[in-house]
Ligand binder design. Structure first.
Ligand code: TNX
Length: 473
């Protein structure tokens, strides 16, 4: 027998429980017969050959409290049993199996019982500063799900562009998605509603919920360019392609504002099957504190009116938050009394501290793209923190999850996305999925090294961080 080089625990994110049976292996190949329940046949695609029965068996059954995303995987000398209560659990279990099978198809024996620490494990892509096509977004989803990321937040609008068709408001995408939009005018394009729905469906088939963001009342220059009646004096404003923030605002005291906002949010809610609608709310430096609160008092109830939960960047904690509102914390500071107070009032928090999980921060001083306003974020920094200990008043029970935003001011295509995302996103995915006591940088660093050759083979432009001993390529 060939020496066993793989270990059952060599998975990212680290599973909750791993019980290896080191003497045992089972080898899977494209010819191996794989059975799956009809409701979950798609999750097994490509694993082997789908059959009514066979040595690899996927089953939907009660899994003793592993939850809607949990799974139990048993690898013996005669085959594989993967069980989950829901199709999502089978899908995540299949991701584990694929990682273990990588290369030679040899699966190390033993049992894994796994379930996520947090329900929300997200990545954000900024389509406003640079547009990415439906095909590029889908390819990105395929890379994210390998690490059990289950939410894709799309930042659809900002000063430099408007990237979603809104019926009745054609100039939003005519001017906001046309040639010359995006940072440096280098990222034009927009999604039609049909394309958006197609991306949402593609993600949903992979158990990823799309969270659309319409940023307001700030970050709205593209909307003001398209519809000058939304500006304070009704006069047109010029388009902008620089990376400044905080200069644009919807007007809290104008009824036109709310007609516009309601039309947009209704359209987006109707096109989005997922439970969340992100209304932005960040960096409103040219909106007075009073206007900000007036605006949010009108707008925060709208997602609920259309059947969604409102999500907003944490500045919204300055307003009264309807029940169910989710607060996304993004600043590098270690304190935020308003977010603490929101948590104390029962609101859930998504943790996205910029100094840990902003994928647009440079890895080190030599990183050619990205920003550094929150400092450098090497892989260890992205890995080595605990979301339940980040803000003093936001305990584990208040943390809905973790999300890694990727702002696109300096990005010019999918290779740039991949370079900043890998290997940091796998680090964040483990922060969101694995029990804190199962995590260690020393172990992660070893496990992530194995992905270098896989990303190379797949043409993924990852960063060969010097923090990791990559195998020779
Ligand atoms: C801050 S983070 C922003 C974005 C920028 C980002 C760049 C947040 C909610 N707002 O407008 O793109 O910094 O890192």
């Amino acid at each position: 027998m060939r020496p066993q080089t793989k270990r059952l625990g060599d998975v990212i994110p680290a599973p909750a429980l791993v019980v290896p049976e080191p003497a045992v292996t089972f080898t899977i190949s494209p010819e191996t017969a794989v059975s799956a329940p009809p409701a979950a046949a798609a999750v097994a695609a490509g694993l082997g050959s789908l059959a009514d029965d066979g040595p690899v068996r996927l089953q939907l059954t009660d899994t003793d409290g592993l939850g809607p995303e949990g799974y139990r995987l048993e690898i013996t000398a005669s085959g594989v049993s993967l069980r989950a209560a829901e199709p999502a659990g089978l899908f995540w279990g299949v991701q584990t199996l694929r990682q273990l099978a990588a290369g030679d198809g040899v699966l190390p024996g033993g049992v894994i019982e796994d379930r996520p620490r947090f329900a929300y494990r997200g990545a954000m892509l900024d389509l406003a500063r640079h547009f990415f096509t439906p095909a590029e977004i889908k390819a990105h989803v395929d890379l994210l799900v390998q690490f059990k990321i289950n939410h894709l937040h799309l930042h659809l609008t900002d000063d430099q562009g408007w990237r979603l068709e809104i019926p009745g408001w054609p100039r939003l995408t005519e001017t906001g998605g046309g040639p010359g939009t995006g940072c440096d005018g280098a990222g034009p394009g927009f999604l039609t509603l049909a394309e958006y729905s197609d991306v949402v469906a593609y993600a949903a088939q992979r158990f990823v919920t799309v969270v659309p963001e319409i940023d307001m009342p700030g970050h709205v220059n593209a909307a003001l360019v398209a519809y000058p009646e939304l500006t304070a004096d009704g006069q047109p404003v010029p388009p902008r392609t620089d990376a400044e923030v905080g200069y644009s605002s919807l007007v809290a005291g104008k009824e036109e504002t709310y007609a516009f906002v309601e039309a947009v949010l209704k359209t987006v809610a109707d096109a989005t099957p997922g439970p969340y609608l992100h209304i932005g709310g960040d960096e409103c430096l040219s909106t007075s504190a009073e206007d900000y609160r007036t605006f949010l008092a009108r707008v925060l109830p709208l997602p609920g009116k259309y059947g969604k939960r409102a999500v907003g960047w944490h500045e919204i904690a300055a307003a009264d938050l309807p029940e169910g509102t989710v607060v996304q914390y993004w600043r590098p500071e270690e304190q935020n009394p308003a977010v603490d107070a929101a948590a104390a009032a029962g609101r859930e928090v998504i943790m996205s501290p910029a100094d840990r999980v902003y994928l647009d921060m440079k890895y080190d001083a030599s990183t050619p793209i990205g920003l550094d306003w929150a400092g450098l974020v090497p892989v260890e920094r992205a890995y080595d923190w605990d979301p339940a200990r980040r803000l003093p008043g936001v305990p584990e029970e208040s943390v809905l999850g973790v999300a890694a935003p990727l702002w696109s001011e300096t990005l010019r295509g999918p290779a740039d996305v991949q370079f900043l995302t890998f290997p940091r996103l796998p680090a964040v995915a483990e922060v969101g999925w694995s029990p804190q006591e199962r995590r260690s940088w020393a172990s992660f660093r070893e496990r992530v090294a194995a992905f270098g050759p896989r990303w190379e083979a797949a043409g993924v432009a990852y960063f060969r961080s010097p923090e990791i001993d990559w195998p020779a390529s």
